[in-house]
Ligand binder design. Structure first.
Ligand code: MG
Ligand code: MG
Length: 257
């Protein structure tokens, strides 16, 4: 477990470098979103990100992280997070694809994820992605100095539960995190929780908020590749993420253009 003393606070100059890393992440995600189509492989998407990072002078956060073999994570349909890009994985019309990307500039990280529908996707899958994206924004809105980490999870959980007619699982085994000179730092930022609990948010903190939602049960397991997390029911999943700076003026998204 992390304790409060381990939380890294950033100077305005360090946030400026994190903005640069975040911009590269946003560039990668935007380019992938504009080019994704049926027939591409998930490795094709990885190459897009790899080329942009090279061009922008950024290093990928994920490549080599605990041995991860690629620049981005590409998780398709029932894959929730940590899917490994590969030549044999061909995208089809109707696939729901979550792309997670991290970049480093001068030692500072940015981390973000989006979910993209390939061609026409089923309305319930589109809706799942929309709810996850909105849940991320709800979490960002709660990221005010003086609030606590638990307020973020509480806000996200309440928002997701407001869809009474849908059974949506919120992953509990995987959570958001602090970020800075490492991709994963204190504090953990769960997508569920109690208001007013956990670490207090203070100016200078940076956190990655990343709701991971599945239709049906929130039960997941890891495939034999030791990375890919799939929903145990085989139902579709969505993942949206941004890196956020806590500032006296409120939350600022660092992973944007
Ligand atoms: Mg990420
Ligand atoms: Mg993350």
């Amino acid at each position: 477990m992390f304790n409060k003393a381990q939380i890294q606070l950033k100077t305005p100059e360090q946030f400026e470098t994190m903005r640069k890393a975040g911009r590269v992440v946003a560039l990668c995600l935007e380019e992938i979103q504009s080019r994704i189509k049926p027939g591409m492989t998930t490795l094709d998407l990885d190459l897009i990100a790899r080329n942009i990072m090279d061009k922008e002078g950024a290093k990928p956060s994920f490549l080599g992280y605990h041995g991860f073999p690629a620049v981005i994570c590409v998780s398709v349909n029932e894959e929730v997070v940590h899917g490994i890009p590969r030549k044999s994985k061909i995208l089809n019309e109707g696939d729901l694809v979550s792309i997670d990307c991290g970049a480093i500039i001068n030692g500072w990280h940015g981390d973000a994820a989006i979910t993209i529908g390939v061609g026409n996707v089923k309305p319930e899958h589109q809706q799942l992605s929309e709810i996850t994206k909105q849940a991320l924004q709800v979490g960002i809105n709660a990221s005010l100095p003086g609030n606590h980490v638990g307020d973020i999870g509480f806000a996200i959980e309440n928002f997701v539960r407001s869809y009474h007619d849908l059974k949506i699982g919120i992953l509990e085994d995987y959570v958001g995190h602090g970020i800075g000179t490492e991709m994963h730092m204190a504090p953990s930022v769960p997508n569920y929780g109690k208001a007013g609990t956990g670490v207090e948010l203070v100016e200078g903190m940076a956190i990655a908020i990343e709701p991971m939602l599945v239709l049906g049960s929130n039960k997941v397991h890891v495939l034999e590749d030791d990375w890919t997390v799939v929903s145990s029911e085989g139902s579709f999943a969505s993942h949206w993420e941004n890196t956020i700076a806590i500032t006296k003026n409120g939350p600022e998204i660092l992973t944007k253009l």
